[in-house]
Design a protein around this ligand. Structure first.
Ligand code: MN
Length: 415
């Protein structure tokens, strides 16, 4: 499939993230209150204002949850109608007044997150981290090749791109410390992930095929992680406070329909999966991903480049597994893929791996070194599926690290 041409000229440029092939959904504010928008070229379309042909109630509240809940027929109808409105020149006069330049808007949370689950489903990442924590022989836990491992996180910690993230305090204990201490995190990190958004509810077990059809779209996701807090707290129940500071999502939901031409299969199985996890077809996507790090007031260095196809389990398999217990899923549930790492050093999706536990700091273009994040660092995730003469981009997912708060009195030793 090639570029679908739009009368919005900027949308036809091969390096534009938002051609007509994409039509990602977000929420914007140009100073008159938040509204639902669709990115096209260098603009956002105020979707409620055009002749969309759907129930106006779907656009009454500035979040995409009602559209998701309305189901796949509405998803398809909206996408076809938007394609018609933005491709056919005869609609231009009616639609153009409702285009707002992206440079004039602030982007808000695109949907209300119902619940957040995070996985651990890139084999290279699991192997790298396991090697650091337990040695290469025991790197992959015995269940890893059979189960898409995950934990239930918190929706309250999910924030939109552009939100500052404050370095957390926590309980730390180094390998040579006798006792833990309470201190600001010294090993604050990112996790390059893609989030899948559940657009249809379920009660009880669903198949991989059904799970796939429940997914509305995808966002970039940075799962900020406090590695020193994590190292002390993670056994036996997994991460808790280490992952609860913030998870930043990108402002644009790229729909499953937009990603359709970019399907790729999951890698070959190293151990046969149980039948319930078998995929009926290719369910991953070929999406180039990268991470930029800019120290305070300085230029950005791309510190990692990888691809979503490095996942061992697809989002559909993760969602299917999530329901095996009978766990109900809700519209607006967010599933983090887990850190996505490739096999090369510069394809690792976390500083923990890039600096190999802090032992091999990376050098930025500014000459500065980084093992973990420093105060004032701004991180930006990028993602795009590359077509023939066009790209389906996710926009930038950014966040800046602020210093830890002053130590609260009640956390100090009493003299
Ligand atoms: Mn994560």
């Amino acid at each position: 499939m090639g570029l679908i041409k739009s009368w919005v000229v900027s949308a036809n440029s091969p390096d534009c993230d938002f051609p007509l092939n994409n039509l990602p959904y977000g929420v914007f504010d140009e100073g008159q209150g938040a509204r639902m928008g669709v990115a096209i070229g260098d603009c956002v379309l105020d979707v409620a204002k055009v002749e969309h042909g759907l129930d106006a109630a779907l656009f009454a509240k500035p979040e995409w949850n009602a559209v998701m809940a309305a189901g796949p027929q509405v998803w398809d109808a909206l996408r076809s109608r938007l394609t018609e409105l933005l491709s056919d020149e005869t609609n231009r006069a009616a639609v153009e007044p409702h285009l707002v330049p992206l440079s004039d808007v602030t982007l808000k949370m695109p949907f209300t997150v119902s619940e957040f689950t995070d996985f651990y489903a890139s084999k290279n990442h699991a192997f790298n981290v396991g090697t650091m924590f337990r040695g290469p022989e025991n790197a992959l836990p015995p269940n890893w090749l059979s189960i898409p491992i995950g934990y239930n996180g918190r929706a309250s910690s999910v924030v939109v791109s552009g939100t500052d993230v404050r370095r957390p305090w926590g309980q730390l204990k180094g390998p040579n410390d006798e006792l833990p201490r309470f201190a600001p995190c010294a090993r604050f990190d990112l996790e390059l992930e893609v989030g899948a958004i559940v657009g249809q509810p379920s009660s009880g077990m669903v198949s991989v095929d059904q799970a796939e059809k429940m997914i509305f779209g995808y966002v970039l996701l940075n799962d900020w992680s406090a590695r020193d807090i994590q190292a002390w707290e993670y056994q036996p129940l997994g991460p808790f406070q280490a992952k609860a500071t913030a998870t930043t999502i990108g402002p644009w939901i790229v729909t499953r329909a937009a990603l359709e031409p970019f399907r790729v299969p999951t890698p070959e199985r190293e151990r046969p999966l149980l039948p319930y996890l078998h995929e009926p077809g290719p369910m991953l996507y070929d999406i180039d991903l990268s991470v930029g790090l800019a120290p305070e007031g300085k230029g950005e260095t791309i510190i990692a480049r990888t691809n979503y196809s490095n996942m061992y389990y697809s989002a559909a398999q993760q969602l299917c597994h999530h329901t095996t217990s009978g766990c109900a899923m809700r519209v607006g549930d967010l599933l983090g893929s887990g850190t996505i790492s490739g096999t090369d050093r510069d394809s690792r999706g976390s500083l923990l791996e890039l600096s190999w536990g802090g032992r091999e700091p990376i050098t930025l273009q500014t000459g500065e070194k980084r093992s973990f994040l420093e105060d004032g660092d701004t991180l930006t995730l990028y993602g795009a599926a590359k077509g023939d003469g066009y790209r389906v981009g996710f926009g930038a997912c950014t966040g800046k690290v602020l210093p830890a708060i002053e130590q609260p009195e009640w956390t100090k030793e009493q003299g």
